[in-house]
Design a protein around this ligand. Structure first.
Ligand code: SF4
Length: 205
């Protein structure tokens, strides 16, 4: 999709200033830009309304940057949907020129574009990731939906570089069932850490 759209414009489903609830940056104030469009098809996806990009208006990277800057945030998290369905080079150039830190959350199913300070790679079983994300990403975040996801997570961790951060996160609807299993797994595999969707516990977006 990136080859047929102008990287100066992107479909924004929503954008808002909040607290990053998950992963390495959990607890950090961040301006979220949620791009519309995803064809990964996770059965447990909690933002299915993001999948159809045609529902959303396209905004210039200039306007997205102005809004992010006006929020007062230091960190911008670009998420989706699957944000790398688009060429994000113009967006990150603009955000960096404005002095903002660029973080992305991606399934890794599309080629990486853009200049990122932090890449959170969250592979999904439903569409295989590209190999480049194992070396380029700072963080691996695996959402655990059932017991088989632990060995699946370990198979991805083996390919990550040694400095990368590893997080296991219970899928929200299975949180009660999966969290104790994740606790056991992390104690037995101490390179991993637990990521909880703390924004949901705090009832913030
Ligand atoms: Fe939903 Fe993300 Fe999976 Fe896309 S990659 S279906 S947005 S959870």
């Amino acid at each position: 999709m990136s080859s047929i759209t102008d990287p100066a414009f992107l479909p924004v489903m929503e954008s808002f200033y909040t607290i990053q609830g998950e992963g390495f940056y959990s607890g950090t104030p961040a301006y979220f830009v949620r791009l519309g469009g995803c064809d990964v098809g996770c059965v447990w996806c909690d933002v299915k309304e993001s999948w159809d990009a045609s529902q959303f208006d396209w905004f210039s990277v200039e306007d997205i940057t102005k809004e992010a800057q006006a929020s007062g945030a230091n960190v911008v998290v670009v998420t989706g949907g699957e944000p790398l369905m688009y060429d994000l080079s113009e967006l990150t150039k603009s955000l960096k020129q404005a002095g903002l830190q660029t973080n992305i959350e991606t399934s890794g199913a599309y080629l990486l574009t853009g200049d990122w300070d932090w890449i959170c790679f969250s592979p999904k079983k439903f569409k295989a990731p590209l190999d480049e994300f194992y070396t380029l990403s700072h963080e691996l975040k695996v959402v655990a939906f059932n017991k088989s996801d632990f060995s699946w997570a370990a198979s991805h961790a083996e390919k990550m570089h040694t400095e990368s951060q590893l997080f296991l996160q219970p899928e929200w609807s299975k949180e009660k069932e999966m969290t104790p299993l994740i606790v056991d797994f992390v104690k037995q595999n101490p390179r991993w850490k637990i990521s909880l969707q703390t924004h949901k516990y705090m009832d913030i977006p």
